[in-house]
Design a protein around this ligand. Structure first.
Ligand code: SF4
Length: 477
């Protein structure tokens, strides 16, 4: 049963926001300066979206923002537990912060997110990283104002990692990172328990937001100039199963498609076992739903898929993607692939390459298997050596790079519409934007184009991006 945080609880948190704001106003009145906060996010878009809420709370508390840990009065690391290297990075950062805090003892260090929802990690932080002031898990995000206030009031070691199935909290402040695009969480948690994945243990059971709350949020975003939204959930195809409303994800998509002002709708993530014809039809018939889909297949071997508890076969995956391509021929597909799952042999890996070649994804997110304590797969022995796994990983990239380049080459000479993001991250002399299928297009242009939909003629294709020039004689909107 989904637990919704009551209005009185949200009001209580607002009262802590007010108290912190008073503290910050007093400081500003005394010094003429503002207390500053720094946030850093690890992991997925869900975490990015959670950080926007944390920044919303901090902003309402009166904090300004900085990227410099030497200037920050409050630091919040929103952590990820999906792979070991993200955890190691956080521990590395905490080591550096220990030295900074020695010279700035009033600094408040907060650690939140999936990593700290694991008991063994929290114990490690409590014993070895005692300079961390506030630790709160994924289920306690909405209580951040109260936890921060406790710490600012002198309470030592504020820890809130309640082990529960999770909550839905509506009405907390959000500070969006973009004026044109927004992530909108439609559900939280996961019930799938893939054998390698820690997410169901740290984010709790699936719980859907009421459609009314989602639609109101998107209408409000559209009223404030947002034109592109991404609906977020660990498995969006399960949306609505836990609600009293008679609604599924396709129904929700149609309702979002009807909202004035929204031009592009994306969604992540779809689980292949739940992806079906109704959603394909909805994608094809809704004019704002982008022709792009992220559908993680993870491995090509049926035996490995069974060991992963994915509950689909290679043939079923190929069949669903073939049906999708037939109905939406210009669909751009992306996927996640895990190389080196413990029971994967070289023969199994060939099945993975076979899926790449048959589906021809536009791009893939590939990872070497990372052992996660507490998951069933963590107990398995490895069939392959580390060297073999790395060789396979490199081969996977080679095969995919060739496919990605081939797919991008097909755009050369074509005129496409992009939403301009701003200056390019790879070439400061260029601007950058994305096509509706999320392909990156770099082009020479002025910063004033940021946030606009423009037409660009593709001049050159690369593996991961396209180059273009402003299209002349085309209507640029
Ligand atoms: S569907 Fe599987 S991989 Fe995705 S979050 Fe749930 S358990 Fe993890």
């Amino acid at each position: 049963m989904t637990q919704t945080v009551g209005k009185d609880e949200i009001e209580k948190q607002r009262s802590f926001v007010y108290k912190i704001k008073q503290l910050n106003s007093n400081y500003s009145a005394r010094t003429g300066a503002k207390h500053l906060a720094l946030t850093e996010t690890y992991g997925c878009q869900q975490n990015e979206n959670d950080t926007e809420r944390i920044r919303g709370i901090l902003s309402e508390c009166g904090y300004g923002f900085t990227d410099d840990p030497y200037k920050a009065d409050v630091i919040v690391y929103n952590t990820c537990a999906v792979r070991e290297n993200a955890e190691q990075k956080v521990f590395g950062r905490l080591g550096i912060l220990k030295h900074i805090k020695e010279s700035r003892p009033n600094m408040t260090i907060c650690l939140c997110g999936c990593m700290v929802q694991q008991e063994h990690i929290t114990e490690k932080i409590k014993s070895k990283y005692r300079h961390v002031d506030v630790v709160f898990g994924t289920h306690a995000l909405w209580r951040f104002p109260e936890l921060l206030y406790q710490s600012l009031s002198g309470k030592k070691e504020v820890v809130d990692i309640e082990d529960c199935d999770g909550y839905i909290a509506e009405g907390m402040p959000v500070m969006r990172s973009s004026a044109d695009k927004a992530w909108v969480s439609i559900m939280y948690g996961c019930n799938n328990f893939c054998s390698y994945c820690i997410v169901p243990y740290v984010r709790g059971r699936e719980r859907s937001r009421k459609s009314e709350n989602i639609l109101n949020e998107i209408k409000d975003l559209a009223a404030h100039g947002v034109t592109e939204i991404t609906l977020l959930g660990q498995n969006v195809n399960s949306y609505g199963r836990d609600l009293d409303e008679n609604i599924d994800f396709s129904d929700l998509l149609k309702m979002v498609n009807d909202i004035d002002g929204i031009k592009r709708i994306h969604f992540v993530t779809s689980h292949p076992k739940d992806f079906g014809d109704k959603l394909i039809e909805t994608m094809a018939s809704c004019d704002k739903v982008c022709h792009q889909l992220h559908l993680p297949f993870q491995a090509g071997s049926d035996r490995v898929l069974a060991d992963m508890n994915r509950r689909y076969t290679k043939a079923e995956y190929l069949d669903k993607t073939a049906r999708l391509k037939k109905r939406i021929p210009d669909i751009a597909l992306s996927t996640d692939v895990i190389v080196g799952f413990p029971t994967e042999t070289n023969e199994d890996f060939k099945e993975t390459l076979d899926v790449l070649r048959k589906v021809e994804f536009d791009n893939i997110f590939s990872f070497i298997y990372s052992r996660r304590e507490g998951t069933p797969a963590a107990k398995l022995d490895f069939a392959l050596s580390e060297d073999e796994i790395h060789q396979n990983f490199n081969e996977l990239l080679e095969v995919q790079n060739e496919i990605s380049l081939k797919k991008n080459k097909a755009y050369e000479g074509k005129t496409v519409e992009i939403l301009v993001d701003g200056p390019s991250k790879t070439d400061k002399n260029m601007m950058s934007g994305r096509m509706e299928n999320t392909k990156i297009v770099n082009f020479p242009g002025s910063e004033e184009l940021t946030g606009k939909y423009i037409k660009v003629k593709i001049t050159e294709a690369h593996t991961w991006s396209l180059n273009g020039e402003l299209a002349h004689g085309e209507e640029n909107v």
